[in-house]
Design a protein around this ligand. Structure first.
Ligand SMILES: Cc1ncc(COP(=O)(O)O)c(C=O)c1O
Ligand SMILES: Nc1c(O)cccc1C(=O)C[C@H](N)C(=O)O
Length: 429
């Protein structure tokens, strides 16, 4: 069992923590952006992860293959593109806690949400409701709203939003489960974030999946903020489906490829509705160019189009770093790093309460991100942080999100952030 760490306020403490950090070398594998010509302290991996130094070389290799082989690159060479999707599977399976046949990298997150809804939202007169969290990321809201309308239904009658109790910022698991049971008879689907983008709350996906199953509803998660951040066991939790993006904690580049998980219990259901394309069709017969869609086994059967090779190359550069670091080791450091950030912020805000951390205190209910509700001078405080080279993000109306990532952030980064925060509060709050 690991011992709790006695955090302290000195720079010396941060330096010592960095010295003994078993993952400290990983920082040097990344390129840090600059603010006003100076290297930034980057806490925005929850929006866009930074670039691994190896990304260029991974992409260059595929550019060379393309230049040298052109169309032959699909079938020849050590990394023939026809099978390129297989390469990312071991790392993705480890990151989300799945079997390799349950995951595949493809498309973008919002597109995948729509495609998975086609399979897992089949409303009937009896079972038609969808439970989701209130204040979900807008793309998810628009996706649900338009999916419901596509079935000729009224979103106000179908979508049940989970809201925190009066005076609280996050959801209680017991309330989520109660809502699932209350709507059980009419519930078709629970479709929500695994980790909420605004509050940083990590939901108890295992309990939610179990409750949904007990009332005969499917369960799917948007893991944009959870994949590569929290430890996940999608297979064991019996989640039906999930999807995520790779440009946040997975550092694969702006807008880069998404991933999907489909539980193996759905691996061989050719009759499950889906919007298909040739890349989901049995790969042994794909080039027969015949009528009659035969889905591939598992998540691969949800692919539509041939793989985006350059996107996958950038993705792989980052996944290889993840495999080397190990998701368990990353999570261990992450808990300590975020605990340290919390400790320093609480001390700075003190009795004034000018900063309220709305992310849950319990480490099992959060990832690396802390969401700071700034009660006074919020935007000015945020701007001051930025002018001092600290990159977090501002989320309307009054939240600063700070996400120290275990791959490339240090304890000293967190210490420096706290110092600037203290100055900024003195000036503006
Ligand atoms: C929770 C969540 N859902 C959806 C999206 C949209 O993702 P994309 O634009 O990659 O489809 C994001 C981030 O932009 C997100 O954080
Ligand atoms: N993808 C983004 C973009 O192109 C511009 C600005 C922000 C984003 C994001 O990904 C936002 C992110 N999902 C969030 O949690 O705020």
């Amino acid at each position: 069992m690991s011992h709790p760490i006695n955090f302290d306020f000195s720079e010396e403490f941060a330096r010592k923590m960095d010295e003994k950090d078993p993952l400290k070398e990983f920082r040097s594998k990344f390129i840090f952006p600059k603010v006003d010509g100076k290297t930034a302290i980057y806490f925005c991996g929850n929006s866009l992860g930074i670039q691994p130094k190896t990304t260029k070389q991974y992409i260059q290799k595929e550019l060379d293959n393309w230049a040298d082989l052109a169309v032959d690159g699909h079938f020849y060479g050590e990394d023939a593109w026809y099978h390129v999707r297989k390469k990312s599977k071991p790392a993705l399976a480890e990151i989300v806690g799945a079997h390799e046949h349950e995951v595949v990298a493809m498309n973008n997150l919002t597109s995948n949400l729509h495609f998975l809804m086609v399979s897992f939202y089949q409303p009937t007169a009896e079972k038609f409701k969808i439970i989701t969290e209130a204040g979900a990321f807008p793309s998810d809201m628009y996706m649900l709203e338009t999916q419901v309308k596509f079935h000729g239904l009224n979103p106000d009658e179908v979508i049940v939003e989970l809201t925190p109790r009066e005076g609280e910022h996050t959801l209680r698991t017991e309330d989520i489960l109660k809502t699932i049971r209350e709507h059980g008879d009419q519930l078709a689907l629970v479709m929500m974030a695994g980790l909420q983008y605004y509050t940083g709350q990590l939901f108890d996906m295992e309990a939610i999946a179990k409750a949904a199953r007990q009332v005969g509803a499917y369960v799917g998660f948007d893991l944009a903020h959870a994949a590569g951040n929290a430890q996940l066991s999608l297979h064991d939790w019996e989640v039906d489906f999930a999807t995520w993006c790779s440009y946040k904690y997975m550092n694969s580049g702006p807008g880069n490829i998404s991933g999907v998980f489909v539980h193996e219990k759905h691996a061989e259901k050719p009759d499950l509705p889906r919007f298909a394309g040739w890349w989901g069709h049995d790969e042994g017969e794909r080039f027969k160019m015949e009528k009659g869609f035969k889905p591939m086994f598992g998540a691969d059967g949800w692919q539509l189009a041939n793989s985006n090779v350059l996107a996958l190359a950038a993705h792989q550069a980052s996944l290889d770093i993840f495999l080397e670091a190990g998701i368990g080791n990353l999570r261990k450091k992450s808990e300590t790093l975020t605990g340290y950030l919390e400790f320093l912020i609480q001390n700075i805000s003190g009795k004034s309460g000018v900063i309220e951390i709305i992310t849950p205190k319990n480490k099992n209910e959060r990832g690396c991100q802390l969401s700071l509700l700034v009660h006074k001078g919020g935007k000015a405080v945020f701007d001051e942080l930025y002018q001092n080279g600290i990159v977090g993000d501002w989320r309307h109306p009054n939240v600063i999100r700070i996400a120290p990532t275990p791959l490339y952030n240090s304890f000293t980064d967190v210490f420096r952030f706290a110092q600037v925060l203290k100055q900024s509060l003195l000036k503006f709050a």
